[in-house]
Design a protein. Sequence first.
Length: 563
Amino acid sequence: MSTPTAFDVKHKSRALTEGPERAAARAYLHGIGYSAEDLAKPIVGVAHSWIETMPCNYNNPVLAAKVKEGIRAAGGTPMELNTIAISDGITMGTAGMRASLVSREVIADSIELVASAHHFDALVTISGCDKTIPGTVMALARLDIPGLMLYGGSIRPGWFKGEEVTIQHVFEAVGQFASGKITEEELHQLEEAASPGAGACGGQFTANTMAMAFEALGISPAGSSMVPAEDGHKLDVAKQCGELVMDVLRRGQRPSDVITKPALENAIAAVATSGGSTNAVLHLLAVAREMGVPLTIDEFEQISERTPLLCDLQPGGRFAATDLYEAGGVPLVLKRLLDAGILNPGVATVTGRTIDEHAAEARESDGQVVVRPLSNPIKPTGGFAILRGNVSPDGCVVKLSGHERRKHTGPARVFDSEEDGMKAVLAHEIEAGDVVVIRGEGPAGGPGMREMLAVTAAIVGEGLGEQVALITDGRFSGATRGFMVAHVAPEAVRGGPIAALQTGDELTIDADAGRLDVALSEEEIASRVAAYVQPPRADEHVDVAIQKYAKLVGSAAEGAVAR
């Protein structure tokens, strides 16, 4: 009987650092401080997206330094690299938001290129804002070398008029100001208070949703995600991740051992029970595709339907990510799923232990009310549903957390850009019962699939959140709340029936039936779609990088991945 061969911890870097023929390569590295002893050790990449354009990734260099410290302590040689990031929140409502989803692909591309070209043996990725999180995990999936992802952490809440506030309150305050409910001075005071430091947006918006999903998936260490960005313990977590990646390397554990179908199902369940961002549908589909794991949009519906909504988190609930950390963090959420028989047990994680082992050891703070008990869910089913119908034959996603409606029928108010929709909302042209339709904002048509938070928040801020619905072939922010339908597929410019809609058409959104329909015949829909031409935009210029994405991108129903 043969003995299993130990994993070669320099399985990649030997080709770069060993042998007389590699003298020139070693000379370059000696010149910037790497010794012969350093180069004899495994080379571990530390990739992050520090940038001075947002708070979300602002702490990445500090965390990277601690990760590198942990790698060195555990016998490796770290090499740090930097990639890009686009702030959804700052570019929201502008043409710049077109770059957001595109940046996910660029982040994955850039990390893949550096790690592959420089023969890294292992990789730690550090993420922060919305697209850096799935982008870094997509890179890990493509490379399939031992590695893990560390989330940089959530920002702490701000304080305004004696209450905690997050950036969601600012977006909704724009609508409140437009309708005369607050003064311009109050809006200014709120904007100065709501984002008080480093870290990603504070509710269960896209960043914290994806951080939770990837901890539930097992590619981030258990208990690491919800430690806030500016909590001193985050530095300890970063060093531990550096030490851990060396253990992952010695075990020879690859992302393909972790990112499996059962693990992806656990991630989806975590999103459903937390009332998380609809963007998770796009990003988990994309990661599955990169890893070669079969996953369809309909499986999100099946999992959400059997998963109770337990987390009282913003935007639909009361609490911020920092409150979830104090309550018990992601392990507590997983413990609820385990107790409910929803969590797939026996699934590997980067710690070397299974996800159910970590869930079983969750710490629950006395008296916490952030994560409900199974006996008292907020709702019996999860925070989103997948719809099909004659408006979206390939599927779309509706947010169900934060409101009670599951059905809405009303007249369409059709707009061919986010800007036109926003103007109508701020001009008080939207009435109770309307279904706002914003099309031409899909992955190819936008191009770039912008988020509609400015519009949805303005609707809520004007007090119409419970009376108006919205559908779009674009995306929503994780901070969106209300009866909103996104990712309508096919999109308008790809021949989707959303192109047929006209103001006054009767639309029905029915979550119980899983339908999104317009009261038109198939013949009338086909005739209108054939005649549809997307109107020109006021901002004619589109960056070359975004043009390339528009030509290569697939359907939102498959993750909007560029190929």
